[in-house]
Design a protein around this ligand. Structure first.
Ligand code: NDP
Length: 250
């Protein structure tokens, strides 16, 4: 399938985990990519691999919580490609911390990257899309944005914020031909989740919480982003799609 030939897709946090699978899915379907990520060395390394694989891809080392860096990178991507058709607003951080122990600086860090960063990128890209009169924005939320999980108050608050940011953007941007949706993954095996949880924890989690009997893989999520960006989703906006192996069915 070449559903995204002649389309430009901007992905944040694209050098590893779910973001990387999303970059590779859109590239496989013909898109040109602009990838923003924090770690310059990792991004350079992955960027070289993508070029060798034949992808049309530009990389930008950016901290999404820095609005100036975001503005510059988006401007450079638009100047190079002429437009952005799809935004995958994916970059995020997570760690476990009991509510009573959360220091204000940790609270701010989580919200700065996960919520403020997504706002900076979404607003800057939406300005380009509104001028063009079309676009699709997909924000990365989480099942933790829909239900609480102990020891993740800051993370849950950031992802809950994304869900309502998404709905409000959909209300305001529909008139400009821009669709805005969110994806809420459940437990996905990535460098992020591997850094937090032990194999024993994951085994117990699968046994007690996930009806499909396994954790998700980045590929379980990337196809949903491609669907939401595609013509098949032309009448879907303001939606949050849960991809969790049935976890929230309990
Ligand atoms: P990873 O940690 O594997 O990947 C996150 C990516 O975001 C990395 O490439 C990281 O860059 C980048 N990033 C982090 N902070 C910044 C920043 N300030 N500026 C730019 N880029 C940044 O995580 P996942 O792939 O697991 O998560 C991706 C998204 O999916 C996140 O928003 C996460 O909250 C969400 N999610 C994940 C779930 C899971 O179970 N894994 C479940 C539900 C949602 P670098 O490597 O340079 O730090």
């Amino acid at each position: 399938m070449n559903r995204f030939s002649n389309q430009v897709v901007l992905v944040t946090g694209g050098s590893r985990g779910i973001g990387r699978a999303i970059v590779e899915r859109f590239a496989a379907e013909g898109a040109a990519l602009a990838v923003l990520d924090y770690d310059r060395d990792e991004l350079d390394k992955v960027g070289r691999e993508w070029k060798e694989a034949g992808y049309t891809c530009m990389t930008f080392p950016v901290d999404v919580s820095n609005q100036e860096q975001v503005d510059q990178a988006v401007a450079q991507a638009v100047s190079a490609y002429g437009k952005i058709d799809v935004l995958v607003n994916n970059a995020g951080i997570a760690w476990e911390e009991p509510f009573l122990d959360i220091q204000a600086q940790n609270w701010r860090k989580m919200l700065d990257v996960n919520l403020n960063g997504m706002f900076y990128v979404a607003q800057r890209v939406a300005k380009e899309m509104s001028a063009a009169g079309s676009g699709s924005i997909i924000n990365m939320a989480s099942t933790n944005g829909l239900v609480g999980e102990a020891k993740y108050a800051h993370y849950n608050a950031s992802k809950g914020g994304i869900v309502l940011l998404t709905k409000t953007m959909a209300l305001e941007l529909g008139a400009f031909g821009i669709r805005v949706n969110a994806v809420c993954p459940g437990y996905i095996q990535t460098p992020m989740s591997e850094a937090i949880d032990s194999p024993e924890f994951i085994e117990e989690y699968i046994r007690t919480k996930i009806p499909l009997g396994r954790v998700g893989k980045p590929k379980d999520i990337s196809g949903v982003f491609a669907f939401l960006a595609s013509e098949d989703a032309a009448f879907i906006t303001g939606e949050t799609i849960v991809v969790d192996g049935g976890q929230l069915a309990f």
